[in-house]
Design a protein around this ligand. Sequence first.
Ligand code: ATP
Ligand code: MG
Length: 424
Amino acid sequence: MKPKAIRGMNDVLPEDTFRWAHIERVVREVIESYGYREIRLPILEHTELFRRSIGEVTDIVEKEMYTFDDRNGESLTLRPEATAGMVRAGISNGLLHNQRQKLWTVGPMFRYEKPQKGRYRQFHQFDVEAMGYTGPDIDAELIIMCARLWQRLGLSRLTLEINSLGTAETRTRYREELVGYFSTVKNQLDEDSIRRLGQNPLRILDSKNPEMQQLIAAAPLMLDYLDAESAEHFDAVKGFLDSAGVPFTVNPRLVRGLDYYSRTVFEWLTDALGSQGAVCSGGRYDGLVEKLGGKATPAIGWAMGIERLVGLFDACGGLIPDAAPDVYIVAVGDKALAAAFGIAESLRDESPSISPELNLGGGSFKAQLKRADKSGASYAVILGDNEVASGRVGLKPLRSTEDQSEVAVADLSAELQKRLAVIS
Ligand code: ATP
Ligand code: MG
């Protein structure tokens, strides 16, 4: 029987990694240009960290975590998201003592979800967090940074939705209203929602069940219960977005699937990926650092799904930089192959920008030239035993109608640099 990968966990194959790497490079550059610094975190954390931060009554903690006991009987969990680990690292490394932090990380996340296009059990996120900033300027800048990213990647078909969840006190008042409302329609609620009504009624608003959507649409709106300071904060965020020319819509029903959010929440959505439309989601979480045992520290961040980003890049006809080698070295015969190693390495020494690929595994002249063509290289450098003796090699253009010529080995690097500069 052939070995199989775990359901919902994908290999990213060479034909895709080039696009991934390009996109990751651009995202990294943009994030760093806004002053964020990279942090690398473990993939495993204590289960308790996620229970306390994401919240007990959430889809993630209730049914999506990969949790197991290690050999010592400690409960560990493969991270389903990055914010909890970021905050944990901020606290455990003393990064938040009288200083502000702008941090980013990237890597795999794990959720036991129903696998489908754009939704996997191992997926990848870029994650950006700013800690120690009260906002609303940072809220706006984090969102504007995404718009910059879309522009740099050549992406379109993205819309921005924002909302404010107010403070903990706001939500206490709103929760009462919500319980009141949903209790009157309790007989129409699904099983999950009935359970949530008692434990965490806000979560009902996050239900993905189509049958619940009409009831949710008629529920009271958080924005109507916003405290004055949160309303002011929200207005300022909207004002900064306007100034930066980033269009948005206010979606008063956007609550996000994790418990730790307060005030600003937002989602970048696309219509290009079917029902898995959220490309980047985030929000403010002013209470989380303290809740996890740190000094009270305001914070805000977002997470971006790389699989969905790549999908959108493709849907937008994204330009993929060329992965082909510049030169393919055809070497027929033992002496030629030995000489070719020297030529390939001196090409790398003399012009690091040129990427030569050496034919490996032998083959006839014809077979090697076929591989050269398939590699996508612009030129083939051709060596047989005769060429080795004469100190000259054949230079065959593979992508143009120019004639093949002969070049002295000593001049090869300069000649290739000249010709490749004309192409690029
Ligand atoms: P969704 O509503 O699609 O379930 P979410 O609200 O659970 O998304 P977050 O937890 O905020 O998403 O994660 C941030 C981003 O990570 C999402 O906007 C999405 O791009 C991506 N993402 C989340 N879950 C998955 C998954 N299972 N597979 C692929 N990407 C995902
Ligand atoms: Mg989800």
